[in-house]
Structures are given as structure tokens and as C-alpha cells.
Write a protein that binds this ligand. Structure first.
Ligand SMILES: Nc1ncnc2c1ncn2[C@@H]1O[C@H](COP(=O)(O)OP(=O)(O)OP(=O)(O)O)[C@@H](O)[C@H]1O
Length: 202
């Protein structure tokens, strides 16, 4: 399967163009890094590829077709700040089952403890909440993951554990993953291929 951003252009309001007429493609089975400086537009591109925002020009296609307009999206995004990616008024049992119902194996793989699910988002640490967001994104219909600086706020050991589990699942299920980061070492360690922002936009 192929996720493509074709001829994409985007700017906020009437501000400067973040990118113009760029092409990006990721296949299932590939872990692709997207490296670029702070503020260049990586998150914006990720949001467009996951169907959260529309490009001003161009289109996003999965196997030649637009992403579904409703229901579970096969392109799932995991965000840098998990506390902003969950509804603060929902207990975590509701959040984690928002799109599908994860089984115990997956909860165990990401060390999500059952008792956390009775709590509110502000009663978990950032790393705990991020693991819940990752599990939420791993429904059986997921084909691509956009992982946007998902461990930037975590310590090195937690970062390594999370990526170890995530890469295992990505390989097992033959998903495609775009890893957005400005951490060259992380990207070089885990990705099959790297897209450099400066090459993408020129
Ligand atoms: N909703 C918005 N309205 C206006 N400008 C925005 C909006 N969201 C982001 N921007 C601006 O667009 C630019 C790109 O932001 P984006 O978050 O995509 O960059 P990034 O490469 O992911 O940055 P970082 O590595 O710091 O997370 C920034 O200058 C940002 O201030």
C-alpha cells in the first residue's frame, strides 16, 4: 500500500508558504524519518497526511484513493503532547476505546496498566498517557502511522522502550510509519529511509 501526498502546498491564513508543490510517498513496511528544524512545517505536513487538515493545493491518496471522510482513519497520527490529544473530560477507558477496543496483549506490550483506565488524563504522567495514545492509534484498520516527536518529552530509557514496542508492531503488521523528529540520532537508528526537509521543499 502507498500513502502519497501529491503536489502539496500549504500556508496558514495569508502567511508565508510552508511548502509548495511537494511530493511525499510512504509504503507499508517502511519506516521513514522526516528531519527538519523547529517550525519548518513537519507537524503541519503530518496533519495533512493523516487527514486532519486539507492542503491548499494538492491531494493525499492511499492506494490512489482519498482518505475516508468518516469512520476510523487508516492513517493514524500520534502527537508530541499526549495531554492535548485526549479529551480532558473523558476517563481513559473511553479515550483508549475511541476507535476500537484494544486487547490485553497490546496493553501489556505498551505496559498500560488496567487501573490507569479508571483515571482522568491529568492523573497520568506524560509517558503513561503517550502509551495510551499509541495503543489507541493501533487499531486493526491502521495501515500508516505518523509519529510526530512522540518521545520528545520523555527520558532516554522510556523513549527506547516505546520505540522498541512500536517498531515490533509496525514490522509484525507491515505498517508504514513516518517518524517526525529533529533528533538525527533517533532517526538514523530506527528508520529505513530519511527525508530531509530542505530537500523536500526545494
Ligand atoms: N494553526 C496555526 N496558525 C498559524 N500558524 C501556525 C499554526 N500552526 C502552526 N503554525 C506555524 O507554522 C509553522 C510550522 O509549524 P509546525 O508545527 O508545522 O512546524 P514543525 O516543523 O513541526 O515544528 P517543531 O519541530 O517545532 O514541532 C510555524 O511557524 C508555526 O508557528
Amino acid at each position: 500500500m502507498l500513502l502519497e501526498g501529491k503536489d502539496l502546498s500549504f500556508r496558514y491564513h495569508h502567511g508565508p508558504w510552508l511548502f509548495r508543490e511537494i511530493d511525499v510517498a510512504i509504503r507499508t513496511g517502511e519506516v521513514v524519518g522526516l528531519l527538519g528544524q523547529n517550525g519548518c512545517g513537519k507537524t503541519t505536513l503530518g496533519r495533512i497526511l493523516a487527514g486532519y487538515d486539507n492542503p491548499i493545493k494538492g491531494k493525499v491518496l492511499m492506494n490512489g484513493l482519498p482518505l475516508p471522510g468518516h469512520g476510523y482513519c487508516p492513517v493514524q497520527m500520534i502527537f508530541q503532547h499526549p495531554e492535548r490529544a485526549v479529551n480532558p473530560r473523558w476517563r481513559l477507558s473511553k479515550t483508549i476505546t475511541e476507535g476500537w477496543v484494544p486487547d490485553n496483549d497490546l496493553l501489556e506490550k505498551f505496559n498500560v496498566r488496567k487501573e490507569w483506565l479508571d483515571r482522568w488524563p491529568n492523573e497520568l504522567s506524560g509517558g503513561e498517557l503517550q502509551r495510551i495514545c499509541i495503543v489507541r492509534a493501533l487499531g486493526p484498520q491502521t495501515r500508516f502511522l505518523i509519529a510526530d516527536e512522540i518521545t520528545a518529552m520523555l527520558d532516554a530509557i522510556t523513549q527506547a522502550r516505546i520505540f522498541h514496542s512500536l517498531l515490533q508492531i509496525v514490522r509484525e503488521r507491515n505498517l508504514g510509519m513516518l517518524v517526525i523528529s529533529h533528533d538525527r540520532h533517533l532517526i538514523k537508528r530506527i528508520c529505513d529511509r530519511i527525508i530531509f526537509w530542505e530537500n523536500l521543499v526545494h
